[in-house]
Write a protein that binds this ligand. Structure first.
Ligand code: GLC
Length: 393
């Protein structure tokens, strides 16, 4: 190679090398046009996500319920053996934040925990015209129907319980016609549901025994016009306390279940509640299951069992429960003792209540399950309380 050519080659080489290093030091956006740059996709390393637990009940549960015939009212009562109350959601003018009751997963969780039935507390009067013919609003029927359908889809027996009357705990003395008209509508509305799937409970915790006896004598025939054999649950008067058995007058109808509620001792179960005067003084009360304490339950339940044998009626303890602020070991002891004594005396039972709202708004509740988290699969049962109710699902 001639010297001149060699110099030219060296110069070109030097220019090329210096351009390349300049590009490394200060790359410009135009150095590699993005339009022509095709990134190589990364090798997939994500493993398939685990199959999510289904949060809907399957069809077998509904058909199992529908095909399990009630041979008599005692076998109908056995189906309420593990009932949970669904309080609050349908008791108020609007659903507010109690929308958990509209979710299929609520009923899935209740069923898979081992409950057999739900008692739905409803204020129908609140959602109806207050003048004849006292029509229940179609939009409210939609709500109640969709709750009922979800429970039945999970194979849960449904109790339709009129729980309040326009937010009052008692049916006003002047409102007998209104009360009966509502039951006429409810009974007509649900007459096609099988008797072994839905039971009616005309009123929660009636107070005055003679007024209640007079209403019983009218509401049962009202229901029977369209539902000749459906199980009807009749609470005893005196706010469903055991003392109410002594005044109860039932007609000669074979498909009745008598019901009472048990919250004894109130100093323990209702400690710190704002709706009982003096309950703040009970805060901190424990329940130790001393011989005296367990004898008290057996004495109380013995009286109910005597009544049941005498009148040949099945008995449902439709509510029992303790406030979630109470000492949790005491709650477990009390719940276990009451549940066991109830079963030993042949009563079916319903725990009050499902939802624990304390984590949501700080209010005191009887609940044992956090209904407010979604999806509910991430929520929790108060496991020790669930275990006290259902040791083996
Ligand atoms: C009754 C009331 C309900 C209350 C429960 C326990 O069912 O209707 O509101 O929480 O008793 O006192």
């Amino acid at each position: 190679m001639k010297i001149k050519n060699l110099v030219t080659v060296l110069l070109v080489a030097i220019i090329l090398v210096s351009c390349a290093s300049a590009a490394k030091v200060a790359p410009t956006e135009t150095a590699i046009p993005t339009s022509t740059f095709t990134p190589i996709p990364p090798t997939p390393t994500i493993t398939p996500s685990p199959t999510l637990q289904p949060l809907r009940c399957d069809d077998n549960q509904k058909s199992a319920l529908e095909s399990s015939v009630n041979t008599d009212i005692f076998s109908a009562n056995q189906k309420l053996n593990r009932t949970i109350n669904l309080g609050e959601a349908l008791e108020f003018p609007d659903m507010g934040h109690w929308t958990w009751i509209t979710k299929e997963e609520t009923f899935y969780m209740v069923k898979t925990a081992g409950f057999s039935a739900v008692r739905i507390a409803i204020d129908f009067a609140q959602h109806s015209d207050s003048a004849p013919p006292f029509t229940i609003q179609p939009s409210f029927w939609n709500n109640v129907d969709s709750v009922v359908e979800k429970a039945v889809a999970c194979g849960l027996v449904v109790i339709i319980n009129m729980h309040n009357f326009r937010s009052e705990s008692q049916i006003p003395y002047s409102q007998e016609k209104y009360f009966l008209a509502l039951w006429n509508e409810i009974a007509e509305h649900y007459k096609d549901y099988q008797d072994n799937v839905m039971y009616f409970e005309p009123y929660n915790e009636p107070g005055d025994p003679s007024y209640w006896n007079s209403l019983i004598a009218k509401v049962i025939p009202t229901i029977r016009k369209s539902n000749p054999t459906r199980p009807i649950i009749i609470d005893v008067a005196d706010w469903a306390q055991i003392s109410g058995f002594s005044t109860l007058r039932l007609p000669s109808d074979e498909n009745l279940i008598a019901s009472f509620h048990y919250y004894t001792p109130h100093e323990f179960t209702h400690q710190c509640v704002d709706f009982i005067e003096g309950a703040m003084a009970w805060c901190g009360t424990t329940w130790e299951n001393t011989p005296d304490q367990s004898n008290k339950i057996n004495l109380d339940f013995g009286k109910v069992a005597e009544w049941a044998i005498k009148y040949k009626r099945p008995v449902f303890m439709g509510e029992f429960g303790s406030i979630s602020i109470a000492d949790s070991e005491s709650r477990v002891r009390w719940t276990t003792a009451v549940r066991e004594a109830s079963t030993a005396h042949g009563f079916s039972w319903g725990y009050w209540d499902l939802c624990d709202t304390s984590g949501y708004d700080g209010s005191l509740t009887f609940g044992i399950f956090d209904c407010y988290k979604h999806p509910l699969v991430t929520s929790y049962w108060r496991q020790e309380m669930l275990q006290a109710l259902i040791p083996e699902p």
